[in-house]
Design a protein around this ligand. Structure first.
Ligand code: RFL
Ligand code: PHB
Length: 389
């Protein structure tokens, strides 16, 4: 097989990049290790920036999103029993869109299928060859059959545990990492969301988040121990804990019910530099991870896709590879700003095991300042709705 761009990973970044390239007439194949069904069981992101929605529109995969998503013009921050709202529209002319990653991924798979774009599933043992040459290639297997793919470029969209990043030699690759001493226990329940906006809660018992997917599907999280297990959390233990972390007004009215999904996610900040090596370009979680506070993971994957897609277009439609050459530099500038925002939101809202009384008072002062200061709220709003590309 020969394609112009071989894309490793059929998560949101690989599918979005693949679909945009396909629509632009650039031949690409997406190689996914799992089955489509497996990828669609991963419950992850829920909040999309305008830029992400724009890219889905360009990819021709936004019809259902427009019909079914919610638009949010603000968010609630609570501190124990008190809360305040940050109205995005007062500071920025953009809302955010609430639409699940599962649905977005399904829409991209459907768009690819409809348009006849190639996605290969159950792909094993991916090896990238000769990325420093003008003729890189990929060897892999599907059901023990060997497949060889010649290409001009390789896009590594295979997430944090993928193989692409390892193809950048260790003397070139620099990795920056911060692991947080807690996780998020998340559930989904077929219940009415407790509030029309998301609630980010700082409480003496730890962080909590009230989010949603639809008007009958709620997504809730509580901060938990990094080594905790879902076996320790019955549904009633989860609801009891959540209610103790959010203001009484919400705890008294929250609709509870059986969870239909329950999982624990670790929290990590991570950046790999550079995001390119020879003909290999990393995109999304393959190159960087943020803690979910602030909802930036999928959105930053989308901003990488924006830069890389436009660079490929320059290359193939105008025979100009300047944007490709500077892809890593361009993408990383935005990546680090998003890292800063996600780290800041995480630091401001969680209980840390080694937090002293001093640290807690500083955190309270930060939240007080945010409640009272319009410039501080503007800064949160600008970052939350999404920095420009
Ligand atoms: P993904 O989604 O990990 O997809 C990578 C794909 O590559 C495949 N793969 C391989 N394929 C072939 N060969 C190999 N050797 C391969 N190795 C791996 C994998 O099977 C997979 O299908 O990365 P991508 O596409 O870069 O997308 C990133 C996003 O998934 C991620 O950033 C977000 O989910 C993060 N995130 C959130 N982001 C937001 O923008 N807003 C949110 O509200 C939000 N909430 C969240 C989140 C992540 C969470 N968890 C579980 C970490 C909430 C949570 C709890
Ligand atoms: C979610 O709905 O899953 C979600 C929303 C906001 C976040 C993280 C996750 O910051």
């Amino acid at each position: 097989m020969r394609v112009q761009v071989a894309i490793i990973g059929g998560g949101p970044s690989g599918l979005l990049l693949g679909q945009l390239l396909h629509n632009a007439g650039i031949e690409a194949v997406v190689l996914e290790r799992q089955t489509r069904e497996y990828v669609l069981t991963r419950i992850r992101a829920g909040v999309l920036e305008r830029g992400t929605v724009n890219l889905l529109e360009q990819a021709g995969a936004a019809d259902r999103l427009h019909a079914e998503s919610f638009t949010h013009d603000g968010t609630v921050i609570s501190v124990n029993n008190k809360h305040f709202n940050i109205p995005f529209h007062k500071y920025v002319n953009k809302p955010v869109t609430v639409y699940g990653q599962t649905e977005l991924t399904r829409d991209l798979y459907d768009a690819r299928e409809l348009g006849g774009a190639a996605t290969l599933f159950n792909v094993e043992d991916v090896i990238i060859n000769d990325v420093k040459s003008d003729s890189p290639s990929i060897d892999c297997k599907i059901a023990s059959e060997s497949i060889h793919i010649d290409c001009d470029y390789v896009a590594g969209c295979d997430g944090f545990h993928g193989v692409s990043r390892q193809h950048i030699p260790s003397d070139v690759r620099r990795e920056y990492e911060k692991v947080y001493p807690f996780g998020w226990l998340g559930i989904i329940s077929e219940t009415k969301p407790v509030h029309e906006e998301l609630i980010y809660a700082n409480s003496d018992r730890g962080f909590a988040l009230c989010s949603m997917r639809t008007d009958r599907l709620s997504r809730y999280y509580v901060q938990c121990d990094a080594n905790d297990s879902i076996d320790n959390w019955s549904d009633s233990a989860f609801w009891d804990e959540l209610k103790q972390r959010i203001p009484e007004q919400f705890a008294d009215t929250i609709e509870t019910g059986p969870s239909i999904e329950k999982s624990i996610a670790p929290l990590r900040s991570f950046v790999c530099e550079p995001m390119q090596y020879g003909k290999l370009f990393l995109c999304g979680d393959a190159a960087h991870i943020v803690p979910p506070t602030g909802a930036k993971g999928l959105n930053t994957a989308a901003s990488d896709v924006h830069y890389l897609y436009n660079a490929f277009k320059q290359r193939y439609q105008h025979n100009d590879d300047e944007a490709l050459t500077s892809y890593s530099q361009t993408a990383l500038k935005r990546v680090w700003k998003v890292q800063r925002f996600s780290w800041w939101m995480t630091s401001m809202l969680h209980r840390f095991p080694d937090q002293s009384e001093f640290d807690i008072n500083i955190q309270r002062a930060e939240l007080d300042f945010l409640r009272e200061s319009e410039p501080a709220q503007a800064s949160l709003a600008i970052n939350y709705v999404g920095l420009p590309y």
